[in-house]
Ligand binder design. Structure first.
Ligand SMILES: Nc1ncnc2c1ncn2[C@@H]1O[C@H](COP(=O)(O)OP(=O)(O)OP(=O)(O)O)[C@@H](O)[C@H]1O
Ligand SMILES: [Zn+2]
Ligand SMILES: [Zn+2]
Length: 955
């Protein structure tokens, strides 16, 4: 059997499957998706099996064998392996980069060095073992010896496996899998291993006692059955003391006995742990290594183990324990209580829980354990980040007619099992979440699983609460603030089918479910769905692809869909001419009105003598809320903060004459630059439009707003949510809970206060400065501003109390602000589309950004010119080179190379090319082809290329 493996070496040159032999005893275990350790370039590296077959194009004799299997159950599934390949093609990254993005951090193995008993030592442990103990495969000895071409299943635990097998009388097949796994396999042989260890410990003494006459080369190294004689328990006395030299004996005596015991029990110990726990044993270990008593090995280790906690076990010997209890002196009251409690235990109880129940101190437990009356050991424990949290159970609400229609269409599509993507375009407060939940319910009833993606889940605790409330333990939550271990536990719940719903940020799209029926992407327009690091995928596009694999439905929900999504949905005209995939929810639940939006021109405020950051309207609004005991949300839009120049008198901002993009201010050179085409000019001292001196960087911090509020409204209770106040884990939840309990009058914050909040007493929403996001050097600036204003406005008046919104701006005439004021998405889209068509931006074409970097400017400049020329040449050969705004269905053009907006980073200069294309063109493929001639055989210190397909940030 041959396995094709993608090795975890992130380079384009090795970005293809390599074939390996599958050792006989691994055959039943290896499948597509298995994680293995393989010899590669003189090391053992981690890899994923992407295919298995009986054939190879290589010379089978020259193939190396897989060194180890890392998980009893493959962490990935065949569909994810295929999806990773698709990602690597579309986003021009390596296959391994895509695979790595799919597994939790805890599984990202690192090659690690560890030590264990060497072959000679093992021989000494089981010399001339009984022939009936011979393992069937004959390979375990080789595995135990860790030879490079070992066909053993598990190099690390070879010794343990051998011992265990021998202990079990060679009757049970076991894998000797890493004990870092909670899975059942290790379980099976644990008992056997324990038996073996007991025997081996006795046998270990024989090394120490071994006579000087010992001959290390006495027996054939490959002779199987090592450890068998001794480990079987009966063997200790029968063990011959041959095979041990005096040096080895000395080396053994020098090892700390704790370490010996640990090695016998676990097979090996990581170098890092060894150094930490036995800091003084360095010389002893080194000499043991020299003597061959110990040997080093390289293996892939998982970054973390299943969390272990101390637990109290029911007393193994009940009558003895009862006797001991009776014998305990009266004054040892707490000890008596603990022991009595332990006698009632059916299963191990975490120590913490026992202490909490009995009120005893750890000292009392310790005293009992020391006397041998209590058994305290480590057990594996699952971390549940939501443990101890009560979620109010909710029942499905009767749907409004609008919701019902949407639900029925989604449910029918789920039943049809043919992949389909819907855009659920529902205004804020229209009850989208309820529709998601009932659609998921339907999906579960069909025996299928569902994934819910939310932007930055830690920012949307209310969403998690609602799903936990409806689906309880059926939900796994995967968010960025979980520790590696917590996320791993949640992920295992999915892998092991203990949950049916996964809710999380973008990477939850890779939740390893078997049968997906529905993928919901809430607030689909959010830019956090685009990953900014390699692989630079967009979760929306990946979701659509994954749904195709599963015959599943994708529901993209938003009050302000991205233009790309909206344009695609509108194009999908059904038989009646209505867009087939557009599901509108144009009204709020209960026909509550959208809140009126007042747009305040801050230029007028300045003219009128108001230099405060609050307009009179906002000031009055806040005062009225305080009086009535209602609440306000204040948004300080900090995106693009202080990077652009604006005139406070007339609202002028500097834009590029060629690109219609706001110019970015570079403090060092005092220049204004265009990120797209490289245009540069000096920053003006006076406003070119009105001559005013009030031209300056834009922005104010939340802290300043908070101070100002305290000054204007003494005693006002403000909750400030920004990066400074929310770094602590769980802090969002804490602030929002306080606000929900009406313990504050104002919730002040950055973007994070705009999303998904549903508080009945919020009746005023204020936007301190709407323009900051308009000033971004980004063709999506208008779209982002419209989205943000609409979202935050949607927080007001969602329940019985009517709401009101005040938007402060220096450019009230901007169409994004005008249309947001009217809650008029349609008009905004028409205006924005006109603009995009004129400038040649998405959705009229697609973009790919190629960034190149190097320490030397001249080299970078010439390489990037050559790259651009090569790509143009390839485009011309395919007959697609031309302006995307010109005639014809297919066109591809290339802008640049120009210096990147951040022109130097970590001492490397950066250049970029912007590729625009339209029509059915494999642009990613052309770029990959162009790149091939630059990376192959390039010398060290080569120019680095980074490709961003459908970029969201042009930096
Ligand atoms: N069918 C229904 N009957 C009664 N109340 C409902 C119904 N559907 C939703 N609601 C309530 O209406 C409010 C708004 O609904 P929800 O939060 O689901 O809207 P949304 O469209 O997801 O909002 P947003 O996009 O603004 O976050 C919630 O308090 C919700 O409980
Ligand atoms: Zn001006
Ligand atoms: Zn420009």
């Amino acid at each position: 059997m041959i396995a094709s493996v993608i090795v975890d070496v992130p380079s384009r040159q090795t970005d293809r499957p390599f074939d390996y032999k599958v050792p006989a005893e691994m055959r039943a275990w290896i499948e597509t998706g298995s994680r293995v350790g393989v010899p590669f370039g003189g090391r053992v590296v981690q890899g994923f099996v992407v295919a298995v077959s009986e054939q190879t194009e290589m010379d089978p004799k020259r193939l190396k064998a897989i060194a180890e299997l890392l998980d009893p159950t493959p962490p990935l599934r065949a569909d994810l392996i295929e999806l990773a390949e698709w990602i690597s093609r579309k986003y021009v990254c390596t296959w391994t980069a895509a695979l790595q993005a799919m597994i939790p951090g805890a599984l990202k193995g690192k090659a690690e060095r560890s030590v264990r008993f060497g072959a000679a030592a093992l021989k000494a442990l089981s010399p001339e073992s009984a022939p009936q103990m011979r393992p069937t495969s004959g390979s375990l000895a080789a595995a135990a010896h860790g030879t490079d071409d070992a066909s053993g299943s598990d190099v690390r635990y070879g010794h343990e496996a051998a011992a265990a097998e021998a202990g079990a009388g060679a009757e049970s097949r076991n894998r000797g899998t890493a004990d870092t796994y909670g899975a059942g396999v290790r379980h099976e042989h644990e008992a056997a291993a324990a038996k073996a260890v007991a025997g081996a410990e006795t046998a270990a003494g024989t090394i120490a006692r071994a006579s000087d006459a010992a001959e290390p080369e006495g027996t054939d190294a490959a002779e199987p059955g090592l450890a068998a004689g001794s480990a079987s328990g009966a063997g200790a006395s029968g063990a011959s003391e041959a095979g041990v030299s005096a040096d080895m004996r000395g080396a053994f005596a020098a090892l700390p006995s704790e370490l010996v015991r640990e090695l016998l029990r676990h097979g090996s110990i990581r170098l890092a742990a060894l150094q930490e726990r036995y800091p003084h044993a360095g010389d002893a270990v080194k000499s043991a290594l020299r003597q061959g008593l110990l040997e080093e090995q390289t293996a892939i280790r998982d970054r973390l183990s299943v969390r272990k906690v101390l637990a109290v076990y029911p007393p193994p010997d009940r009558p003895a324990a009862e006797e001991a209890l009776a014998a305990l002196p009266k004054r040892a009251g707490k000890q008596r209580e603990v022991l009595a409690f332990a006698l009632d235990l059916e299963e191990p109880l975490p120590l913490q829980a026992l202490l909490a129940e009995t009120g005893a101190s750890a000292g009392s437990v310790r005293a009992l354990a020391d006397k041998g009356m209590l058994d305290v050991r480590e057990i594996k424990q699952e971390r549940d980040p939501y443990a101890g949290r009560e979620f109010v159970r909710t029942e499905p609400l009767p749907l409004t007619p609008g919701q019902q229609e949407v639900f029925e269409r989604v449910a029918a599509a789920v039943d049809a099992e043919s992949p389909q993507t819907f855009l659920l375009h529902g205004v804020t407060g229209s009850g989208k979440t309820e529709v998601y939940m009932q659609s998921i319910q339907h999906c579960l009833e069909q025996g299928k699983q569902a994934i819910v993606l939310v932007p930055e889940i830690s920012l949307t605790p209310q969403m998690v609460e609602r799903f936990k409330g409806r689906f309880g333990d059926m939900v796994a939550v995967l968010h960025s603030r979980l520790s590696n271990g917590e996320r791993y536990d949640e992920w295992r719940k999915i892998r092991e089918r203990r949950v049916e719903v996964a809710i999380g940020a973008r990477s939850a799209v890779f939740a390893p479910f078997e049968r997906i029926g529905l993928i919901v992407i809430d607030e689909e327009h959010e830019s956090s769905y685009k990953q900014e690091e390699t692989p630079k995928y967009h979760a929306r596009d990946v979701a659509v692809r994954r749904a195709k694999q599963h015959g599943a439905v994708v529901v993209l929900g938003s009050a302000t869909p991205s233009l790309e999504t909206y344009a695609a949905a509108v194009r999908s005209a059904g038989p009646d001419g209505r867009p087939a995939s557009l599901l509108p929810l144009p009204e709020r639940v209960g026909a509550r009105p959208m809140p009126p939006v007042a747009v305040v021109d801050m230029r007028q405020e300045l003219k009128g003598g108001n230099r405060s950051m609050f307009s009179r309207a906002l000031h009055e609004g806040l005062a009225a809320r305080l009086e009535r005991g209602e609440q306000s949300v204040l948004l300080l839009n900090r995106r693009g903060y202080s990077t652009f120049v604006m005139c406070r008198s007339c609202g002028y901002t500097a834009t590029c004459p060629h690109c219609d993009i706001t110019l970015t201010y570079h403090q060092r050179t005092r220049a204004l630059r265009c990120h797209y085409c490289g245009h540069a000019e000096m920053a003006p001292r006076l406003c070119p439009s009105c001559g005013s001196e009030h031209i300056r960087y834009f922005g104010a911090g939340t802290q300043r707003v908070e101070e100002e509020l305290a000054k204007l409204f003494p005693g006002i209770r403000v909750i400030r949510m920004d990066v400074d106040t929310t770094t602590e884990k769980g802090s969002h939840e804490k602030w929002l809970k306080l606000f929900g309990e009406r313990k504050a009058d104002v919730l002040l914050g950055t973007q994070m206060v705009a999303k998904g909040l549903d508080f009945p007493y919020v009746t005023l929403v204020g936007v301190i400065a709407a323009d900051t996001s308009l000033g971004l050097p980004d063709f999506r600036a208008g779209e982002r501003t419209f989205q943000l204003l609409t979202q935050v406005a949607g927080r007001a008046g969602r329940h019985h109390l009517p709401g009101e919104v005040v938007v402060q701006t220096y450019t009230p005439e901007h169409y994004a602000i005008q249309t947001a004021q009217q809650h008029d998405y349609e008009t905004f889209v028409q205006d924005e589309l006109k603009h995009r068509r004129m400038m040649g931006y998405p959705p009229f074409c697609r973009l790919i950004l190629v960034t190149m970097s190097h320490e030397q400017l001249p080299l970078l400049s010439s390489v990037s010119e050559r790259f651009a020329a090569r790509l143009r040449e390839l485009a011309a050969l395919s007959g697609v080179l031309g302006s995307v705004q010109g005639p014809g269905q297919r066109a591809m053009e290339l802008l640049g190379p120009v210096a990147s907006p951040i022109s130097r980073m970590k001492d490397r200069y950066r250049f970029q090319c912007m590729i625009k294309y339209r029509g059915n063109i494999d642009a990613s493929g052309l770029i990959r082809e162009a790149l091939a001639s630059f990376t192959e055989g390039a010398p060290k210190g080569q120019v680095q290329f980074s490709v961003d397909v459908d970029p969201h940030m042009i930096l």
